[in-house]
Design a binder for this molecule. Sequence first.
Ligand code: PBG
Length: 312
Amino acid sequence: MVRETVLTPADFIAPLFVIDGKGAPQPIKSMPGVSRLNIKDLVKECRALHKLGVPAVALFPKLAARYKDADGTRALDENGLVLRAVQAVKFAVPELTVITDVALDPYTNHGHDGVLTTDGDDVANDRTVAILSEMAVLQAQAGVDIVAPSDMMDGRVAAIREALDEAGQERTAIMAYSAKFNSAFYGPFRDAVGSASAAGTRLLSKATYQLDPANRRQALNEAALDEDEGADFIMVKPAGAYLDIIRDVREQTGKPVAAYQVSGEYAQIQAAAKLGWLDLEQCRDESLLAIKRAGADMILTYFAKDMAKKLG
Ligand code: PBG
């Protein structure tokens, strides 16, 4: 009766990894219970999630290394993996909201979210924004409901909004990764999409475009900018170590706030549970409850299906 925060299956967005071909699911070592799926299996998983009451999925492609290059050319392939995945899912489960990632890291052979400057020591912001805008239009034309720029280039939300509108895709919404920190908790995800291995022995640092974990005011500035530029959802990422930011953003904006419980947050709970040091279900539930209590309206989490099963 006095409980202030309650989780429901409708709170969750399931991130899913998709691969080409007809092969078996590929388990991701650092993310127990998560596999990359071919399109057919992905559709099955989406049907199951929809049945369980999960309202949305976020798709991430894993390309073979031979398809990656410095400019992330395959991001603009009109028959690209993600576009085919969106079409298949929207055809099979039209009521399920589909979100696609707008960033170049699954497509570049250096693992960065954008193309690089000629001396290679930073992302080329404006050239990247132009590519991302085209990418978002392709995704919208494939039928995606929400595009989610996770790249952290400056000015990309306004550019994407303009490109979508010009292409007649006014109804495609934008979920902006607004307060996205330069976090070490993305490690397992970089295994999942192969951006870490694409970077080879170089340290994959995104410190020039992702936020400094020390900065709270700057995170709020970024959120305000994205909102001004036309973002329909504001995201904070990671979630667990940034609950203060979720609360701050919740108080600053009237837009829906999303929080991303990232791969490393998932992995640490799984790993400790495997060692018998933590209780998996209790820690999972507590971590998600805290994110909602902090002010998130929706949570991207690799626990989405398990939570929906439990709560449904
Ligand atoms: C990059 C992207 C990342 C994640 C989602 N999109 C990682 C990165 O910035 O390298 C991380 C998600 C997770 O760790 O679960 N565009």
